[in-house]
Design a protein around this ligand. Sequence first.
Ligand SMILES: Cc1ncc(COP(=O)(O)O)c(C=O)c1O
Length: 339
Amino acid sequence: MNFLSDTTAPAHPALLASLTAANSGYAASYGNDAITTELKARLSEVFATDLELVLTTSGTASNALALSVLCPPHGMILCHDEAHIHRDERGAPEFFSGGAKLLPLAGEHAKIDPGELERALNQWPQDFVHAPPPCALSISNLNESGCAYSPTELTALTGRAKSKALNIHFDGARFANALVSSGESAASMSWQSGADILCLGATKNGALGAEAILLFGNARRHLPELQARQKRSGHMGPKARYIAAQMLAWLHDDLWLDLARAANTSAAEIANTLRKAGAEIVHPVDGNEVFVRLDVEVARQLRSAGAGFYQWPDGSARFVASWSTTDNDLKALEDALGG
Ligand SMILES: Cc1ncc(COP(=O)(O)O)c(C=O)c1O
């Protein structure tokens, strides 16, 4: 009954097998190998467009590197107040960008309120030498409250930001969960909704450690700078073939979507069980995360029955399902609640 985080889940056997398959003979290093080339072609198919690709092993590295090419040191990155880049990356985006300022915006369920974005764009001028100009907008989908933006919601935000020449970063640490929840295509949830760069995470959804920074459209011109920054920051893995192999196996036969669907289905069941036990679900459960207000005694009872979950700073409790959540886990939760 481990509902702490999807990063506590094991890696999927198919991805482990892909490592063994890739482990034959010599291959060019630093992403110049045949498997990485194949992955780039596969991702272009999945996203239905030409793209550039940089591989890392953590979402924080991906986000910070991506933002560092989208925002200069004297600029400002707009994001939600709950954004992982704002609250949980120990200042990595500021550090990698050389000092860019993050401007947190409000909005229910960790979704940026379009009115708040508008206010920020109007309040912070592009051309006043004393103020950091808004240069990038960062949107997490799935977001930090487990909610998914639709393409319409995304386009409303990105369209407005683009009209002021901002660059657009999507944090897709749980992109697959948002995708299966929406039923949309990968293209429609990324570049067609305005993303210049998508940080596509596999680590929370079956990989050992595989994250891809995808550059779309004109943003492909940032590749040389991104690679330079990747190297300089020590995030250019010499044996990139093993990261690429995981991602290829993840995409094969839509395994990535199947795993995300399994996690989302388990999360919906967790929410139902908790709701039936009288707990208040705090945010819509669009993906694999459930935020719930738990009675102190119920929380104690669950912990003593062996349930792992985190207490969130706002007083709620977070339960995360993963591809490897089992029926037994779900049944154990029900039993622990006396269901
Ligand atoms: C929304 C979001 N973005 C990015 C990350 C990246 O995390 P990590 O650096 O742990 O891979 C996380 C991890 O929890 C996350 O929830």
